[in-house]
Design a protein around this ligand. Structure first.
Ligand code: COA
Ligand code: AMP
Length: 645
């Protein structure tokens, strides 16, 4: 990467050993950068919660740290949020002082609607500044928000409503995708009618692009109610919460159709995120940080909203796509226009740009001299993409690895501590705070360079999930039980002699489509609901643009006399209607039977290898080897996967 990358001059090893020798002292020191209402009794209480809790006894407010304190410290006129929406042509700069007014007024509206500390508020919004205001207004009141990505359909929304029982839903009249509008009202109405736990109110932001018919008694107009409190200058103090109280719940794909409600606390979250802006991203307060993601994902929570704002940086809220809004130069235009110091996105975004503009001809049209680094995460960063970005942008390209569960990077190349040499294909080293180990299925450590389960020795550092919402037992069984004393990441990989990590594959049914995490099990549950489907298997097959794409193999009930093509179309529609367009489920293939072991387990892994054109071995336990040939033939005939190459 850069000439300055050097393991001898980087402070990483010194900081890592400082943490290792005294984890509590280390985190207590970093906690000084946060404003607390009341200091902690214990930095870490190993007896509290499922595996211990950080900063027990402390009280704080995340909104105060992200907004008010910057105004009090004289940053009121600095841009807090820059909204840029090439999809609508709108732009807006919001200073910290304006952000405070917006958030306070919205908090007043929520308070009028009966929202109190500990209540849940579900946020189902497109990429508009009001989505960030909503998150911060909840934090101000000590209410717990749960943001649902706009690409999920009504059924997914209903599942989340039933899990977290929100008092209020904050939504908008529509989301806008390049080729279509996404009206939210039908989705919202449908979800609420499906859900058992009915929210008392929906606060709806009407966008110019799409009208919204308010449901009398239930719906409240966002603009009018917020305006009334702004006019009145209503003050809403920040409600002190315990550091261990939940700030938000973010649902992520689990191995069933029931998503997992990842809980984030207030205190530890602020400490870790604030430090990461400095140590990992190497950004200074007042600089512009851009995470080109969506507030519906963890990257959006951590690095569009909370980390930059808590740290006093300016964040960009971008409503557009890397290509097509209007062209593959959009990212460079934003970097120039707002003097972005560091960009964070998913490798898919760069693959999309590279596909559209392989020679990078848009790049020299813009002044990118302010850009110091590009961070990639959310999926494996393929070497071609990394090299293309390095060459075209001429800045360090940092792959870093994390999960919704952790809220910040488990492994990365800490630019702020001094860059380490890059090994392409590796997200570099474990961040201080994470004792990452590679173990075999029996729980024994493996030698460097040997593939195994990637686990983190407990306790997890601040900001990582303390549990799942209302589901301690599920938390234990999903993450802690298999390897006692460790958090199971469900990623497989290896560590080399230098401690560099290589993340190779998931060990569960999760696939990664355009940086979006999806469960094939959840898709199978939906497909199995089709009346003509006897059984099915969904696998993720390699895709040059999106990393992976789901492909469903379906076996029809005997006696079905409708055309397979018709049923396949219905299955595709079913997944889109039930899970949402984000599932990107477009490949359904009817087969005569599925390959299984003699005990009846479907051989998904072998099917995937066949589809990806990888080497595979005939599983010793296979029931009927001929079926694998049939799968290969179907893929070839339908020109799916490597068979189509
Ligand atoms: N609301 C409603 N629908 C949405 C949506 C939203 N917020 N986001 C995506 N969708 C829809 C898309 O319109 C698409 O619908 P279609 O099947 O009708 O075309 C579908 O969901 C699949 O979306 P996606 O997989 O994102 O594909 P895309 O072709 O729209 O865009 C990329 C591809 C690569 C440009 C885009 O995925 C991207 O920018 N990804 C990288 C950044 C990122 O968001 N990373 C996530 C975490 S860091
Ligand atoms: P999510 O919870 O949506 O952030 O997805 C987390 C998963 O995405 C991880 O468990 C990995 O499987 C994958 N992932 C995220 N970042 C990387 C990375 N840098 N390299 C490889 N895989 C990654």
């Amino acid at each position: 990467m850069t000439d300055t990358a050097n393991s001898e001059t980087s402070r990483y090893y010194a900081v890592h050993s400082e943490w290792k020798q005294d984890p509590e002292g280390f985190w207590a020191g970093l906690a000084d950068a946060i404003d607390w209402v009341k200091p902690w009794d214990k930095v870490f209480d190993g007896e509290a919660g499922v595996y211990g809790r950080w900063f027990t006894g402390a009280q704080c407010n995340t909104c105060y740290n992200a907004v008010d304190r910057h105004v009090e410290a004289g940053r009121g006129q600095q841009d807090a949020i820059i909204y840029d929406s090439p999809i609508t042509g709108r732009k807006r700069r919001i200073t910290f002082a304006e952000l405070l007014r917006e958030v306070e007024a919205l908090a007043a509206v929520l308070r009028d609607l009966g929202v109190e500390k500990g209540d849940r508020v579900l946020i189902y919004m497109p990429m508009v500044p009001e989505a960030a205001f909503a998150m911060l207004a909840c934090a101000r009141l000590g209410a717990v928000h749960s943001v649902v990505f706009g690409g999920f359909a009504a059924h997914e929304l209903a599942t989340r409503i039933d899990d977290c029982h929100p008092k209020v839903v904050i939504s908008a009249s529509c989301g806008i995708e390049p080729a279509r509008q996404v009206p939210y009202k039908p989705l919202l109405d449908n979800a609420i009618s499906m859900a058992k736990a009915k929210p008392a109110h929906c606060l709806v932001l009407e966008r110019e692009e799409h009208p919204y018919d308010l449901e009398p008694g239930r719906d409240v107009d966002y603009a009018a109610s917020v305006w009334a409190h702004m006019e009145a200058g209503t003050k809403v103090p920040c409600v002190p919460v315990e550091a261990t109280d939940p700030l938000y719940i973010l649902y992520t794909s689990g191995t069933t159709g029931q998503p997992k409600g990842v809980v984030r606390d207030n205190g530890g979250h602020m400490v870790a995120l604030n430090w990461s802006m400095d140590a990992l991203y190497g950004v200074k307060p007042g600089e512009v940080f851009w995470a080109a993601s969506d507030v519906g994902w963890v990257v959006g929570h951590s690095y569009i909203v909370y980390a930059p704002l808590i740290y006093g940086a300016t964040t960009i809220l971008f409503e557009g796509k890397p290509v097509g809004t209007p062209d593959a130069g959009t990212f460079w235009r934003i970097i120039e226009e707002y003097k972005v110091a560091s960009l964070f996105t998913a490798p898919t975004a760069f693959r999309a740009i590279k596909k559209e503009d392989p020679k990078g001809e848009f790049i020299p049209k813009y002044d990118l001299s302010g850009l110091r680094s590009l961070f990639l995460a959310g999926e494996r960063a393929d070497p071609d993409t990394i090299k293309w970005a390095q060459e075209k942008l001429g800045v360090p390209v940092i792959d870093h690895w994390w999960q919704t569960e952790t809220g910040w990077a488990i492994a990365g190349n800490p630019l702020g501590l001094g860059a380490l040499p890059v090994k392409i294909g590796s997200p570099t080293v474990a961040m201080p705070g994470y004792d990452v180990q590679i173990i075999d299925d029996a729980g024994h450590p493996v030698a460097p360079g040997t593939l195994g389960n990637i686990v983190v020795k407990l306790p997890l550092p601040p900001s990582c999930l303390p549990t799942l919402w209302n589901a301690d037992e599920r938390f234990r069984s999903a993450y802690l039980d298999e390897f006692p004393g460790y958090y199971k990441t469900s990623d497989a990989g290896y560590m080399d002699e230098d401690g560099y990590l290589f993340i190779m594959a998931r060990t569960d049914d999760i696939i990664n489509v355009a940086g979006h995490r999806l469960s094939t099990g959840a898709m199978e549950e939906v497909i199995a609901g089709h009346p003509d489907v006897a059984e099915c298997a969904v696998i993720g097959i390699a895709d040059q643009l999106k990393g992976q794409l789901p492909a469903g193999f379906i076996v029809l009930n005997s006696g079905v006399d409708r055309s397979a093509e018709e049923i396949e179309k219905e299955v595709v529609k079913l997944v889109r209607d039930e899970i949402g367009p984000v599932a990107a489920f477009k490949i359904a293939l009817t087969v005569g039977r599925l390959p299984k072991t003699r005990s009846g387990k479907i051989l998904r892994g072998t099917m995937q290898k066949i589809a990806d054109g990888e080497d595979w071995k005939m599983p010793a336990t296979i029931d009927d080897p001929v079926i694998l040939d049939e799968i290969g033939d179907t893929l070839k005939q339908r020109r799916v996967g490597q068979a189509a190459a």
